[in-house]
Design a protein around this ligand. Structure first.
Ligand code: CP
Ligand code: NVA
Length: 313
């Protein structure tokens, strides 16, 4: 784990295919330890500061529980109740926290905020969601696919819906491990162009196929994995009505899923809006692995925490 020492996890673009696969292998091992009750206090005595500028259930609980299981502790800092919410500069916060704790996890708005935090921190910084990326989610996503399908080879993953943070990270992760990727969004809600350029370059390297379209049926045809996320992300609530209309044709329902392979799996990062981006029969049906996926947040993040914050052996 020496090579990860002092590294940040701001986006998976900064990680090679080999590093991502290594983190997945390590997640699987840590999951086994936890299931079998084998103690693994690899972060004994270490503390993670967790800054939340947006709501969370899974991310907060999985990071906090993960630190506990690793023998360390986690500190919940809501921006509302800390000096960040009263305008203390992120650069000062970074330098102060660096004197107390061993790693910082942050969920924030613009991606430039986490870049600023990382610039002024002398300890690892982990992205727990920004406007542009959600890398910890994507690691759990591909771990889930690997567990269910047993391979990444020949697997076609499809994201349907908003070209948001979750979409960006999911496509990057899938492309990095060599899966074919497709994304279908309404016009005007495509993923960011610079990020799609990066994904295209990754696909060229790994040989993965890439399809970007405004036609959900075209995207879903032959899919092994269908992924969706909310139509309105945190911070965009005022656009809700407009988005409901724009995304109307992009609901993951049985009719759309009928174009996928018979044994397709459905994934969603959660929280979900049943009846909007996905119907009840799909998200609560036999193809859905959403709770395995949510559980895997814990195992994938523990691997990241140990890799970044652990003492190299
Ligand atoms: N998927 C996810 O990040 O969930 P939370 O917002 O509950 O953390
Ligand atoms: N795209 C969603 C993900 C929530 C986990 C958001 O940013 O609100």
């Amino acid at each position: 784990i020496e090579k990860y020492k002092g590294k940040n996890l701001l986006t998976l673009l900064d990680y090679s295919s080999e590093e991502i696969k290594e983190l997945l292998d390590f997640s699987i091992l840590l999951k086994k330890y936890q299931k079998e009750g084998v103690p693994h206090p690899l972060l004994a005595g270490k503390t993670l500061a967790m800054i939340f500028e947006k709501s969370s259930t899974r991310t907060r609980v999985s990071f906090e529980v993960g630190m506990n299981q690793l023998g360390g502790s986690a500190l919940f800092l809501s921006s509302k109740d800390s000096q960040l919410g009263r305008g203390e500069p992120i650069s000062d916060t970074a330098q102060v926290l660096s004197r107390y704790v061993d790693g910082i996890m942050i969920r924030t708005h613009g991606h430039e905020i986490i870049e600023e935090l990382a610039k002024f921190s002398t300890i690892p910084v982990i992205n727990a969601l920004t406007e542009d990326f959600h890398p910890c989610q994507a690691l759990a996503d591909i771990l889930t696919i690997y567990e269910v399908k047993g391979t990444f080879e020949g697997i076609k993953t499809v994201y349907v819906g908003d070209g948001n943070n979750v979409a960006h990270s999911f496509l990057i992760a899938c492309a990095k491990v060599g899966m074919d990727v497709a994304i279908a969004t309404p016009k005007g809600y495509e993923p960011k162009a610079w990020i799609m350029k990066e994904i295209e370059a990754i696909c060229n390297e790994t040989g993965a196929k890439l399809l970007i379209t405004n036609d959900p049926i075209e995207a879903v045809t032959g899919a092994d994995v269908i992924y969706t996320d909310v139509w309105t992300s945190m911070g965009h609530e005022e656009e809700t009505a407009k988005r409901l209309e724009a995304f109307n044709e992009f609901q993951v329902n049985k009719a759309l899923a009928s174009h996928a392979k018979d044994d397709y799996i459905f994934l969603h990062c959660l929280p979900a809006h049943r009846g909007e981006e996905v119907t009840v029969d799909v998200i609560d049906g036999e193809h859905s692995y959403i709770f395995d996926q949510a559980e895997n947040r814990l195992h994938a993040q523990k691997a990241v925490l140990v890799a970044l914050m652990g003492d190299a052996k």
